[in-house]
Design a protein around this ligand. Sequence first.
Ligand code: OAD
Length: 251
Amino acid sequence: MIPQNLAKRLREAHKIVVMTGAGVSAESGVPTFRDAQTGLWAKYDPTELASPEAFARQPKLVWDWYKWRYGLVTAVSPNPAHYALAEMAHLVPHFTLITQNIDNLHQIAGSEGVIELHGNIRRTKCSDKGHIFPGWPDDTAVQPPLCAVCGSPMRPDVVWFGESLPRHELEAATAATLQADVFFSVGTSSQVYPAAALTVEAIKKGATVIEINPHPTPLTPHVTFSLAAPAGEVLPQLVAEVWERAAVAIA
Ligand code: OAD
């Protein structure tokens, strides 16, 4: 049940910003970033593999790990949380969706203009000049394959530990956050900065901040509303109770 004061606040909202993390894809079957790795990858710590140093040291290992993750995300579908966010965008005056996820599930669910803070695993780029290519190149004798333009080794178009976030995306996400009167933090442990700083900014500027996460995070004590439940349950309920029923009542 959505608290009545939250429902009222959302109906009055003018600019809603939503930032998602791996938890929004958990109900699609995509392991969250800090979930235990499975199979042959169980012995590797993701933070060890998702770095330029690891790629420089063992490019094929990192390439193979991301191909495994690419296979995971292309085998699953968006869940009700993704669809509820795609619908919410049409129910409020201004809506911005920011994601830390690289799985492209928001886009498949119909969300447009998604701000991808950490890139997108469905794109690859070369490690020297950053030439971007859609999808993954076919397997070649050389692994990782070499860029067709400049010949440097290919890598996934995602942000690695120690790398800067894409400037345009971070600026757009920050600008939207500073103007938001309502800010959702959905399915993120709020441990990784600068992404987590957006939620902090929203709190500091006095926006209504709603956290959706079955488990507490470092920011839980500071948000306006903490909905401790799975996103796939809460978000569809919220869209139905706050907007759809209100629309029927008015009609
Ligand atoms: P984490 O794995 O750190 O956190 C996932 C969060 O989702 C946890 O707090 C879970 O409690 C929560 N969660 C799990 N199931 C959920 C559900 N059904 N509904 C809602 N929440 C649920 O993933 P992120 O916070 O996204 O960065 O991690 C942020 C970044 O850390 C990742 O983007 C990655 C990593 O470094 C890069 O790869 C650059």
